[in-house]
Ligand binder design. Structure first.
Ligand SMILES: Cc1cc2nc3c(=O)[nH]c(=O)nc-3n(C[C@H](O)[C@H](O)[C@H](O)COP(=O)(O)O)c2cc1C
Length: 334
C-alpha cells in the first residue's frame, strides 16, 4: 500500500516530546512520525545545538520543530538540523504563549503570511529535506476561511507542501496556552474543505483526536493525522498504529513487554548521567485502564526523582504493577 509520510504523527509538545519520550514511543510504533519539542532558531544558531538536537538513531522518522520568524536565521537553523540528521523541518505557526509572541513567532505569525513564506523559502533553499508548517485555523478576529486559504496559498507558493492544521483558532490575549488547546471550538469541516481546495497539498489534521477509529475516519478525507495529548497520556494506543493505520503486520506487544523493552535504554542513559525520572515520567500512563496502574504511577512518581535512583526503582514499579509484592520487597531491601 502506498502511504504518505505524514499518515500518523505525534505532536511536538514542550517538556513532553523530548528524546526519552520519543524513544519510548518508537517502541510502540515503527511508522509514527515523531516531532521534537519546539526549538527556537536563535537557540540553535547561537547556543549549544548538539545538546538541543541530541537524539537516538531509532527515533526516525523524526522531524524537528523550529520557532522563529527571521528568514536568514531560520535558514541557518534548518541547515544545522539537516546536518544533525533530522528528516523534516517543521515551522511552528500555532503556539500562542506570551513568551513566543514576544519573540514574534508561533501563532501570531498567522497575521503575517508573507513573513512565514519568506522563512519557508529561505529554509527550502538551505536544505534538501521537506519544510512543513504547523498552524491554526486562524488567530483572534483573523479567522475567516479566506484568510486561512490566503495563508496556505502563499506558503504553498513558497514551497511548503505539508500543512499540519490544529483545527481550532487561537486567542492571543486572554487565554493561556492550555486554554487555547481547549476553549476555541474544534472545526474539522474547515480542514476537510482545505484539502478539497488544495488537493495537491498534504493536509494533516490535529486537535482532539482520541482514538485510532477517529484517526481512521479523518484519514478517509485527509492525508494524515497528528495526536498530541492522547498519545502522551495513553501511550499504549500507539501499539495499534502500525497494524490499524498502516498495511503492516501488527506487533503483538503487551504493556509489560513494552515496559521491559525500555529497560536497556534506561540503563544506557543512567550511565550517561540522565536522571531516572527524566525518563520514567513519560511512561506513567502506560498501564492506564489496567489493574494496578495507580501503583505503577505512584511508585515511580514517589521514587524515581530521588538522587541516585537507579533501574531497581523502575523494576520495582513493574513488579508492583504485576502484583508481585514479594519480589518488590526483596528488591527494595537489597
Ligand atoms: C504540553 C504541551 C506542549 C505543547 N508544545 C507545543 C510545541 O512546542 N509546538 C507546537 O506546535 N505545539 C505544541 N503543543 C500543541 C500540540 O502540538 C497540539 O497541537 C495540541 O495539543 C492539540 O492536539 P491534541 O488535541 O491531540 O493534544 C503542545 C501541547 C501540549 C499539551
Amino acid at each position: 500500500m502506498e502511504t504518505n509520510l505524514h499518515r500518523f504523527c505525534i505532536a511536538p509538545m514542550m517538556d513532553w516530546s523530548d528524546r526519552h519520550c520519543r524513544y519510548f514511543w518508537r517502541l510502540l510504533s515503527r511508522h509514527a512520525r515523531l516531532y521534537t519539542e519546539m526549538i527556537t532558531s536563535a537557540a540553535l544558531v547561537h547556543g549549544n545545538h548538539q545538546r538541543l538536537l541530541d537524539h537516538h538513531p531509532a527515533e526516525h522518522p523524526l522531524a524537528v520543530q523550529l520557532g522563529g520568524s527571521e528568514a536568514a536565521e531560520l535558514a541557518a537553523a534548518a541547515k544545522i538540523c539537516e546536518r544533525a540528521g533530522y528528516d523534516e523541518i517543521n515551522l511552528n505557526v500555532g503556539c500562542p504563549s506570551e513568551r513566543v509572541q514576544s519573540g514574534a513567532f508561533g501563532a501570531c505569525l498567522m497575521h503575517e503570511p508573507e513573513t512565514v513564506a519568506n522563512g519557508v523559502k529561505a529554509m527550502r533553499e538551505a536544505v534538501d529535506i521537506p519544510v512543513t508548517i504547523k498552524c491554526r485555523l486562524g488567530v483572534d478576529d483573523n479567522d475567516s476561511y479566506q484568510a486561512l486559504c490566503d495563508f496556505v496559498g502563499i506558503n504553498r507558493d513558497a514551497g511548503c507542501k505539508v500543512f499540519i492544521v490544529h483545527a481550532r483558532k487561537a486567542w492571543l490575549k486572554g487565554l493561556s496556552p492550555k486554554q487555547n488547546r481547549e476553549v476555541p471550538p474544534l472545526n474539522y469541516p474547515r480542514v476537510f474543505q482545505l484539502k478539497k481546495d488544495f488537493p495537491e497539498l498534504q493536509i494533516v489534521l490535529n486537535g482532539g483526536l482520541q482514538s485510532l477509529q477517529a484517526c481512521q475516519s479523518a484519514l478517509d478525507k485527509l492525508d494524515g493525522v497528528m495526536l498530541g495529548r492522547e498519545a502522551y497520556h495513553n501511550p499504549f494506543l500507539l501499539a495499534g498504529v502500525d497494524g490499524e493505520l498502516f498495511d503492516e503486520k501488527q506487533l503483538q506487544l503487551n504493556r509489560v513487554q513494552v515496559a521491559t523493552m525500555f529497560v536497556d535504554y534506561i540503563e544506557r542513559e543512567l550511565k550517561r548521567g540522565t536522571r531516572l525520572n527524566h525518563m520514567t515520567r513519560h511512561v506513567l500512563g502506560l498501564f492506564n485502564g489496567e489493574p494496578n496502574a495507580r501503583k505503577w504511577r505512584r511508585y515511580l512518581s514517589e521514587n524515581a526523582y530521588k538522587p541516585g535512583a537507579g533501574i531497581e526503582v523502575y523494576l520495582n514499579a513493574l513488579q508492583l504493577q504485576q502484583g508481585n509484592h514479594a519480589r518488590q520487597a526483596k528488591l527494595s531491601c537489597s
